[in-house]
Design a protein around this ligand. Structure first.
Ligand SMILES: Cc1cc2nc3c(=O)[nH]c(=O)nc-3n(C[C@H](O)[C@H](O)[C@H](O)COP(=O)(O)OP(=O)(O)OC[C@H]3O[C@@H](n4cnc5c(N)ncnc54)[C@H](O)[C@@H]3O)c2cc1C
Length: 477
């Protein structure tokens, strides 16, 4: 890493990246003005805890379906404080747990889930346009590249699997065709799907908050919920009573009373470069602005931003002991350095390019790595999440499903295509107590990094068996 990118301890140093401060997206678009907190006890028809994509899309679709509903959103900081204001801006059709759902409910059920995800990408693009939410959306699809023989073998297998779930429009490319899209150093192949778009995460989440407020939804910010009980959301400033209380707190869920081992808060970290010059872009290509990923075990994800930077993410410190979550996105220097190494491995000509921003966030990982959306009809408690890093589109599908589950439960509608998807009302056991959680996750990522290193240096064509064992041990596959 060049010395110009290492001054991370001096958060806003002249040359070093801005470290934390929530995310680059906020540096770019500005932090929001805080909305009023809750000041006393209140009632609502539906109380939503958490103002990220899941909570806000749920408020949106419920209010659109039943404008008379009194909906209150309670947000601990400000809408978009969590992963929804920090992510890589991959709006894409991946959903965590699909293969397991195929095993549990049959292949056809999983094909329906996949089809719903494909449609969800279009739904987000369409609704953002309909609501005049300008979120730098560019529907260039998703390109995933392989740059070792073992990655190529995984890529081909992945491609075949996706085809088997009905993705007939996915295409496989060799080295030359890959380079015609994006010139990733050493890339030997890629797979591309049209079911993806790049977006500006903060512009989307701010636009959603504005939209639901204009529809008549009440949003209280700076209002942490300490406990959720049937028909009650408890905060230090008062309790909101509602027949339906929906938990939309994803990676932060562990901080709620009784939820410490429900979903593990996994870290993901990102860097953004300064805007690249036209000559640098000429050398890279990437005119299609596809979201870009790889087939490493500890994979990377990237986008070409609307202002012509590269924003690139991956796993740094994967998990903090005791399910700790946040310090406004501050990121360890070693993680920034590791992401910079990935950047220059992909594009060696960018070695001297400045990294201007670095940040991190948490996402929710259930014990079986399967995203879920649930409404418990006995208590009126609902939740959605556990998206394992694929939540930008999935949150929208979850929200429409929560809408349908609430409408079904309150007698306003019957079962729908969404309420019968295999991830609805899925149950999973909790994570182990510490130190087993910490050991399991750190062991898994240490194994992934070792496997990636081995595959890069030995040019083996077979995927590391160790990485597969790590997946089995941690319940991932
Ligand atoms: C760095 C990073 C990169 C990612 N990149 C991608 C990507 O490119 N594509 C993709 O599909 N997914 C990505 N993800 C995952 C995706 O961003 C999330 O799955 C998605 O944003 C989850 O939305 P959410 O609303 O469920 O959760 P969040 O956005 O985390 O929202 C939860 C909200 O609840 C609030 N909250 C928490 N606890 C409480 C409480 N007790 N009381 C009140 N409020 C509370 C939080 O402040 C937060 O605003 C990424 C995640 C991270 C961290």
């Amino acid at each position: 890493m060049s010395s110009s990118t290492t001054h991370t301890d001096n958060a806003n140093g002249a040359n070093g990246p801005v470290n934390g401060g929530i995310s680059f997206w906020y540096a770019d678009d500005g932090l929001p003005t805080a909305r009023e907190p809750l000041t006393s006890d209140a009632t609502a028809d539906v109380c939503i805890v958490g103002g990220g994509y899941t909570g806000l899309w749920t408020a949106y679709y419920l209010k659109k379906a039943a404008p008379f509903l009194r909906i209150t959103v309670l947000e601990q900081k400000f809408c978009g404080y969590g992963a929804s204001g920090r992510n890589g801006g991959w709006l894409y059709n991946g959903v965590a747990g699909r293969d397991r759902y195929a095993k549990l409910h049959g292949h056809e059920a999983a094909v329906r889930l996949q089809q719903a995800m494909n449609d969800t990408v279009d739904e987000v693009v369409r609704t953002a346009a309909a609501e005049s939410i300008e979120a730098d959306i560019h529907q260039g699809g998703v390109l995933e590249v392989a740059y070792t023989p073992a990655q190529l073998a995984r890529l081909k297998a992945f491609h075949e699997t996706e085809l088997s779930y009905g993705e007939k429009d996915r295409t496989l490319h060799g080295a030359r065709e890959t380079a015609e899209r994006v010139r990733v150093a050493g890339a030997v192949g890629s797979t591309w799907t049209p079911h993806g778009a790049r977006l500006h995460p903060v512009k989307l989440v701010k636009g959603l908050a504005r939209t639901v407020e204009a529809l008549g939804v009440t949003i209280h910010e700076s209002t942490p919920v300490t406990e959720i009980r049937p028909k009650h959301a408890v905060t230090p400033y008062g309790t909101v009573r509602a027949p339906y209380v929906l938990r939309c707190t994803e990676g932060f869920t562990a901080s709620l009373k009784g939820q410490r081992r429900t979903w593990l808060p996994m870290n993901s970290s990102m860097i953004a470069t300064e805007p690249l010059t036209p000559a640098q872009w000429e050398s890279i290509g990437w005119e299609g602005r596809e979201t870009l990923g790889d087939m490493a075990h500890a994979y990377m994800y990237a986008q070409r931003t609307a202002d012509d930077r590269i924003a690139l993410g991956g796993r740094g410190v994967p998990y903090r002991y005791g399910s700790k979550t946040d310090n406004d996105g501050r990121t360890q220097p070693a993680t920034i350095e590791a992401l910079h190494t990935v950047l220059t491995r992909f594009f060696p000509q960018l070695t001297g390019v400045r990294v201007t921003h670095a940040w991190s966030g948490v996402l929710g990982v259930p014990r079986d790595w399967c995203a879920t959306v649930t409404l418990d009809r006995a208590t009126g408690l609902g939740w959605a999440g556990g998206y394992v890093g694929s939540g930008v589109a999935t949150a929208n599908l979850a929200a429409r499903t929560l809408r349908d589950l609430v409408q079904q439960d309150s007698g306003q509608a019957g079962p729908t295509d969404l309420t019968t998807l295999p991830w609805a009302n899925h149950k999973v056991r909790k994570w182990e107590p510490e130190p087993f959680r910490w050991l399991g996750v750190h062991g898994m990522y240490a194994t992934y990094h070792a496997a990636d290193h081995r595959e890069r240096t030995t040019h083996t064509t077979t995927s590391s068996r160790l990485a597969r064992w790590a997946d089995v041990l941690t319940g991932r596959h």
